[in-house]
Every structure is written in structure tokens, then in C-alpha cells.
Design a protein around this ligand. Sequence first.
Ligand SMILES: Nc1ncnc2c1ncn2[C@@H]1O[C@H](COP(=O)(O)OP(=O)(O)OP(=O)(O)O)[C@@H](O)[C@H]1O
Ligand SMILES: [Mg+2]
Length: 203
Amino acid sequence: MDGEQIQKLREHDENLRKMKCEELWRACQIPLLHRKFVEARTKVEKDRKEVLDTLIFALGTGFIYGIHADNDKGKTQVGAWLCRIACNRGKSAMYIRVADLFVGLHAAITNEHGSVLEKARADLCIPCLLVLDEFGKYKSDSTFAPQELENILDKRHTSNHDTLILTNLRLEPFRDRLGPGICSRIKDGGGFIHMDGPSFRGT
Ligand SMILES: Nc1ncnc2c1ncn2[C@@H]1O[C@H](COP(=O)(O)OP(=O)(O)OP(=O)(O)O)[C@@H](O)[C@H]1O
Ligand SMILES: [Mg+2]
């Protein structure tokens, strides 16, 4: 094989790699608004960049990080950027609001076919990165869904899959709502990050 053919093969491999990254990115379910900012490569400015860098450094370690901040501080955007970076590395990622997760889990739990619950669990355990947004905004009526969430986070943590939890709650109510089981796993690998800086909306 001559140099030109080797070069062509390399280009072909690189194109396949890029296609896979794009496929993973499309499958993340990031809200359109936040996808747009990532795809436009809008600059991630200082306050968010520091947080993002911490998370990027920890990618692939099985972390559970909790980011707490007031409205409009760019939490969802950080989650979107992190998904993009995971996908660029060829890793699967998934974004979901906790309200939607509880509704899905509740439907699965009450379904008479056990396989539905198994699938719902697997869908949340398989992605290498899971971003859970708007934690604490919605309280589940049943205790099953929060219990399931704890089991899922435990499975993810022990399988070295990363989880990012975003909330508007202050630290203490956030920890109370997560419960001691999840908090101790956060201590084990990850942490709580308070995000500050100017608000985005209306600027
Ligand atoms: N890079 C950016 N450049 C300009 N505007 C941005 C950028 N990222 C986000 N925004 C705008 O700022 C808004 C707030 O960002 P984001 O939704 O990430 O904050 P948040 O902390 O998740 O807010 P909330 O608590 O309300 O969910 C976005 O809805 C979007 O309109
Ligand atoms: Mg948000």
C-alpha cells in the first residue's frame, strides 16, 4: 500500500469516527435551544468554563456531580457542552429532565410487563454520561420512582458511568432531597459545585 492509499484510509477512518460522534450527539436529546448554542460554538465564558473543565477532567471516572445554582446561570448549557464533549470522545450521552424521568419510571413500574421496567432501567444505565436536569423541581407522588433513581445512580456509579445532576435548589435542600445514599456516592467520586456568575437571559 503506498502513502496515498494509507492517507485515504486514514481519512476514511476519521470520517467514520466523526459520523459516529454526530450520531451520538443527535441521540442525546438535548433541548433544541441548548443544542443550537453548542453547535454555534458560542464561547463558554470564564465562570462556566471553570465548572466545565472540572467535569471534563473527571469524564469516564464514574463521577456523580451535583451543580446547584440560581435560575439562568447556565447549568443546562454546561450539561449540553459536556454531552458534546463526551460524544466527541465516542461515548454515549443522555439528557433528561427529572420530571420526565419520574413520569417514565412511574409508567414502567405500573406496567404489568416487567420487561418495560427493565428497559427503562437499562435506558438510564447504559449511557456513559447522564445529565439529570431540573432536579427537585418536581416531586414524585410515589416513593418508587425516587428509589429507582437511587438504584440507577448506584448502578451507574459502580459501572464507571458519569452522572451530572443539575438543580436550582440550595445545597442543603439539594442534599436532603438526594438522600444519604446518593450523597455518599457523590463524596466517593464527584462533588457539589455551586455555579455563580452573571445571568444569561435578557443580556
Ligand atoms: N453561550 C450562550 N450565549 C448566550 N446565551 C446563552 C448561552 N447559553 C445559554 N444562553 C441563554 O441563557 C439561558 C440560561 O441558560 P441555561 O438555560 O443554561 O441556565 P440554567 O441555569 O439552566 O437556567 P434554569 O435554572 O432556568 O434552567 C438559556 O436559556 C439561553 O437563552
Ligand atoms: Mg436549566
